[in-house]
Design a protein around this ligand. Sequence first.
Ligand SMILES: C[S@@+](CC[C@H](N)C(=O)[O-])C[C@H]1O[C@@H](n2cnc3c(N)ncnc32)[C@H](O)[C@@H]1O
Length: 303
Amino acid sequence: MSVHAPLADAPAAGADNGRYDGASMDAIQQHYDLSNDFYALWLGRSMAYSCAMWSGPEDDLDAAQLRKFDYLVEGARATGARRVLDVGCGWGGLRERLVGTHRVEQVVGLTLSDSQAEWVRARASDGVEVHVQDWLDHTPTEPYDAVISIGAFEHFAREGLTRAARVAAYREFFTRCRGWLRPGGRIAIQTNIKGNNVRMDRQTVADLLFIIERIFTESEIPALSEVIQGSERIFDVVSVRNDPDHYARTCAQWLDGLRRNRERALELVGEEQGAEYERYLSATVGHFERRHLGLARLLLEAV
Ligand SMILES: C[S@@+](CC[C@H](N)C(=O)[O-])C[C@H]1O[C@@H](n2cnc3c(N)ncnc32)[C@H](O)[C@@H]1O
């Protein structure tokens, strides 16, 4: 077996508390364990909880989600691969696409959500491997051909860290991934990024604070430069796309789905939380439209 770094436990040297500081399992579960039935009302057939990749005005959400999966799978050169790691696997939409369309033999999914893991296990045929496990604790016994991580990077650095501490956390993630990959293997990452080029108005600041306090607690979205800096000397950048309009359209579709199913949604999560999700999705459409947020899709190759 030839890999760049040991596959077993690598020490988290350099972190203040011995661990790199992402959102805690409690914070992640507060959001993702809310109710599978609630999320199923508005996420669409693939249950992808991440930006889709749209093509033309007639496109629909399900097709756009599959296009996104295919873009990242092909970019990671995972088609026909034996083993692929999905960091932050959500409700398993990528796994289904990897196995069903891209002929991948083995997909290992990591999530911090018990409800998501149950959902995946209930739907998967033989060979499914989903772990309720932080990537920091992942110790594979065999290398992977590719790593894909969609919409999880936003949770890898806790809100309020310094830039240096965030970059250190991202660097640790990339170091681990390279250690798990075969030489020359690729990682495909999709993540929200801060849109640092536009001044925010008061309403935008208030909405972002509300989202940090009530929706995605403990998480802080990276700047693109932090992601790239964290990967330097570990991965080469193959390509970067920024698709904020794709996320505005995705959130608008989710909001539409949630509103169409409001009655059932309120039965599942209650008035207060239903209203908060409508506010969060509606505000987020505007954040992407006005470029307060961006959506990065990065393809990187191990050096
Ligand atoms: C927005 S969801 C995206 C899910 C999926 N990739 C998709 O596109 O639908 C974020 C996922 O990241 C996972 N996650 C967050 N922090 C994590 C960590 N430190 N280790 C493993 N998974 C993590 C969550 O449990 C959740 O499954």
